[in-house]
Design a protein around this ligand. Structure first.
Ligand code: PLP
Ligand code: ZN
Length: 405
C-alpha cells in the first residue's frame, strides 16, 4: 500500500504530461501551471472515509491524495484540521443563519500558507532540492522559511516593503536570506525569476503555481470542509483571492472527492473575493474573459490579495464557471468595518483578507445571490494578530495611581 497515490503531473492548460519524480516548474510546452494527478482507483481501494476518521488530526491524514511518497519525508508543524465553526450571532445579523467560518488563524505560522508550505517543502526536500526562492506578499514567505528551516532547506525570499512586518521577522528568525523590494509581488517575482535563471539549477523556483505542490497542501482546506460536514459540501464557499491557489485547490479537492465517490450532489458555488483596489479576476469574470489583465497601481489593506496578475487566473475563472460561482469586490472601508463586527459579535479577530470574504457574504446575501437558507463557509485565511494595525486604539492612559470611579 502506497503512502501517496500520485501518478503524474499534468499541464492545467494543454494537458501535457510531466514526470512527477523530479523537480518541475511550469509546463515545458506552454508555460502554464502543472497539476498533480493521482491514481484515484488505487486511493478508493486502499482507504475510505471511515479509516481517515481514525487518523491524526492534521492534513497528512489525506496522505494518499498528497504528493509526498515517503512518510519520512514529511515536514510537519502540526498543520491542518482547523476549526469549522458556526457564527450564529453574526450570521443572523447578515441574514445567513447557517454561516460558518473555516478558521485558518489557528495554524502554524498564523496563516493558511502553512498548508502549502508543509506539502511544498516536504516534496521539494524529497526530490533533492537544497535551496528555494520565492516572491511573497508576506505570509507564504514566512511559512516557507519556517518549514524550510525545519526541513533543513535554505530559502531566499523577496517581499514588498509594505507586506505585514511580522512576516519579515518570521523570515529573519528562521535564517532566511530576505530581501525587500519597493514594489509589488509581481516585481518580487521578476527578481526571483532572474536569480533562478542565473543559478544553473541550484535554486528552485517555489513561486505560487510555478511549482506544483503548494496547491496540494491548500486543497486540504476543501477536503477538511467536506470531512467536517460529514462528507457533504456546503452550498457556497467564499475565498479571499490573490494568486487564487486556495480557490483552485478547493475546486481540485472537490473534483477528486467526487471522482472517489466520497461526496455527491452539486458542487458548492465558489466565490472569488477581491479588493476594489486590486480586482483583476472580478474584472475578467464580469467581462466574460478566460484570463485576467494586469491591474495597474493595485493597493489594498488586505495585503495578501494584492496580486495584480495571478498566473493561475484561467484556473480561477474556470473554477468559478464550473461551479456557477461568482467574483465580487469589497472596499477597504467595508472590510475593515466587517473585521470589527466579526470580532465584536463572535470573538474572532480575523485577518483583513478573511474580513473581505465576510463583507462579500453580507453583500451577496443582500443582493439575493446567496439565499437565507443556504449553508455558507467563509475562509478566514489567517490570524488577525498578524496585522495589528487594522484596529486603531485610542484608549485613555491612566496615571499609575488612577481610578475609574
Ligand atoms: C492571509 C491571506 N489570505 C489570502 C491570500 C491569498 O491567497 P491565494 O494566493 O490562495 O489567493 C494570502 C496570500 O498571500 C494571504 O496571505
Ligand atoms: Zn502546457
Amino acid at each position: 500500500m502506497s503512502f501517496s497515490q500520485l501518478s503524474h503531473l499534468e499541464c492545467g492548460r494543454c494537458g501535457a504530461e510531466h514526470d512527477s519524480e523530479r523537480p518541475q516548474n511550469l509546463c515545458v510546452k506552454c508555460g502554464s501551471p502543472l497539476l498533480a494527478r493521482y491514481d484515484l482507483d488505487a486511493v478508493r481501494s486502499s482507504v475510505d472515509p471511515a479509516q481517515i476518521a481514525g487518523r491524526a488530526p492534521d492534513l497528512w491524514r489525506y496522505h494518499e491524495l498528497l504528493p509526498v511518497r515517503n512518510p519520512e519525508s514529511v515536514t510537519t508543524l502540526g498543520e491542518g484540521m482547523t476549526p469549522l465553526l458556526p457564527l450564529a450571532r453574526y450570521g443572523e445579523r447578515i441574514g445567513l443563519p447557517q454561516l460558518m467560518i473555516k478558521d485558518e488563524g489557528l495554524i502554524p505560522t498564523g496563516s493558511f500558507k502553512a498548508r502549502g508550505a508543509a506539502v511544498g517543502v516536504s516534496r521539494a526536500a524529497e526530490l533533492g532540492v537544497e535551496r528555494l526562492a520565492m516572491p511573497t506578499n508576506g505570509n507564504a514567505g514566512a511559512a516557507w522559511s519556517l518549514y524550510g528551516a525545519r526541513a533543513g532547506l535554505a530559502a531566499t525570499v523577496v517581499m514588498p516593503l509594505d507586506a505585514p512586518e511580522i512576516t519579515r521577522r518570521e523570515c529573519v528568525a528562521s535564517g532566511t536570506d530576505l530581501h525587500l523590494v519597493d514594489g509589488l509581488i509581481s516585481d518580487a517575482g521578476r527578481i526571483v525569476g532572474e536569480l533562478v535563471a542565473a543559478s544553473d539549477g541550484r535554486v528552485f523556483d517555489a513561486s505560487t503555481l510555478k511549482e506544483p505542490y503548494r496547491i496540494e497542501g491548500k486543497k486540504t482546506m476543501g477536503i477538511e470542509i467536506a470531512e467536517q460536514l460529514g462528507w457533504r459540501m456546503p452550498d457556497v464557499i467564499l475565498y479571499p483571492t490573490g494568486g487564487g491557489v486556495g480557490l483552485i485547490g478547493i475546486h481540485k479537492a472537490m473534483n477528486e472527492l467526487r471522482e472517489l465517490g466520497w461526496i455527491s450532489g452539486p458542487p458548492p458555488r465558489l466565490v472569488a473575493v477581491q479588493a476594489e483596489g486590486c480586482a483583476p479576476i472580478v474584472r475578467a469574470f464580469e467581462q466574460g474573459e478566460s484570463e485576467s489583465r494586469y491591474w495597474a497601481d493595485s493597493r489594498t489593506v488586505a495585503f495578501g490579495i494584492n496580486v495584480p496578475k495571478p498566473i493561475g487566473d484561467f484556473l480561477i475563472l474556470r473554477a468559478l464557471a464550473e461551479t456557477s460561482g461568482t467574483a465580487i469586490t469589497v472596499s477597504d472601508a467595508e472590510l475593515l468595518a466587517e473585521l470589527r463586527d466579526v470580532a465584536a459579535m463572535e470573538g474572532m479577530f480575523v485577518c483583513p483578507e478573511g474580513a473581505a470574504a465576510f463583507a462579500a457574504a453580507r453583500k451577496l446575501r443582500a443582493s439575493g445571490w446567496i439565499g437565507a437558507d443556504e449553508r455558507v463557509v467563509v475562509l478566514n485565511t489567517g490570524a488577525g494578530i498578524k496585522y495589528p494595525g487594522t484596529v486603531p486604539v485610542d484608549a485613555p492612559v491612566l496615571p499609575v495611581d488612577g481610578h475609574l470611579v
